[in-house]
Design a protein around this ligand. Sequence first.
Ligand code: 5BU
Length: 489
Amino acid sequence: MLSEREDNFRGLAVKLFEIGAIKFGDFKMKVGVNSPVYLDLRVIVSFPDVMTTVVNLIDDIIKEHNIQYKHVCGVPYMALPVATLVAMKNKQPMLVRRKEPKSYGTKKIIEGKFNAGEKCLVIEDVTSSGSSILETTRDLRAEGLVVSDAIVMVEREQGAILNSKKNGMNLIPIFTLSHLLKLLQEAEKIDEKIVESVKKFINSCQIHDDGTLVDPSRNFVNELSRTTMSFEARSELAQAPLAKKLFNIMIIKQSNLCVAADLSKADHILNIADICGPYICILKTHCDIIEDFSENFIQSLQMLSKKHNFLIMEDRKFADIGNTVYLQYTQGLYKISKWADIVTVHALPGQSILQGLKTNLDQPEKRGVFLLAEMSSQGNLINEKYKEATIKLATDSNDSDFVAGIVCQTSDCFSFPGLIQLTPGVRIENSHDDLGQQYQSPEDVVKIKGADIGVVGRGIYEAKCIDKACILYRDRLWAAYCDRIESNH
Ligand code: 5BU
């Protein structure tokens, strides 16, 4: 039987994973190395149950280690709310360290009432080198306070304990990263490969307290980079339920082909859907080009999507304010939210566009969006800054469970393995059309440009033999994906 305390640890570990406070993939670190793990405890303030568990576990540590203190001080900013709750739980006073001294008046850096010689406990959210704790400690000590203990929620085991000790600090974690990994693996949230990749990272990336690498000559290669991982492994890391579903379809059908059925007659689209259905993971529509759009058409299309197990993506490219996209998505002639599993969305209006689309959705977990970060048309106006902001919206916002993927043209556009790259503009021959469309071969889009799914429109629906063309694209795109992951093992 697990003790209640162990149960709390396990429950908290799983919850941290589920709310995206711990992520696995490919993340750039301050020290200039790419880490396979990222801790973002900022999100916990939105989960009172998580805050309560964290505070109780900190209180257990205080009692167990018999830590004596008069004041509690959180390392700014993210440990402040937790430090406040810890202080209030034991009815003890707090101190607040400013990040910068006041530029006027008292120029104080430590706020709160204290006397020299009193003891202060420091609280932090995440440590890697431990340098943030040491900065706060230095300022508290400069005021005459006695500081020798710090409690951290997650210790990444990259040197913080040693660096703290050298500076006379005893650092006690709720979780070490290894403990978190163990619990997540036991709960079947992550697999052996992820655990091993993170362990290799910790071994080769130890950091001094000045933020420099202990051994810069060690060459670390992150094994969790998106384009080298299998769809199976990536599916475990996906935040959006719809991304998991799509990964699953791709794996079962061994297909990463999306057909763009850009036809203006409902019957023609249904015909393409029935012929291509067995070989595709997504059928993409532009419903506003269909002359005889009807409820019957949608019912038939949905039947075919069930029969052949593909998802329907309406390439609507929403781009308006939240309230308008909510209406465009749910009302009007097309009532897109009723039938499209996925819609495409511009990031231009910001987070409100995702919130608008999510408004009043019956089963939001059954719907998802692909955000547009790049376009295949010659001379398009998207620049690097816009692209980066789009990816931030997909990965960092509260709506990351609604974003299944990114529509883009290059592999370095984003690195999070839980998102799916959809790339339009695919044809057997690298070529272009007369209206700015630029094509790349299936091999180029998957192996060079990082596409997980290739979109083929005219290359298939204008072919003499549609089923043969469909099989050809399916085979070439899938083989390119298999080559891509194999060549990295
Ligand atoms: P084609 O016939 O394979 O060129 O069709 C490509 C489809 O992908 C078509 O439906 C476009 O609207 C869609 N598309 C695109 O081509 N390029 C882009 O950057 C985006 C969408 Br976004």
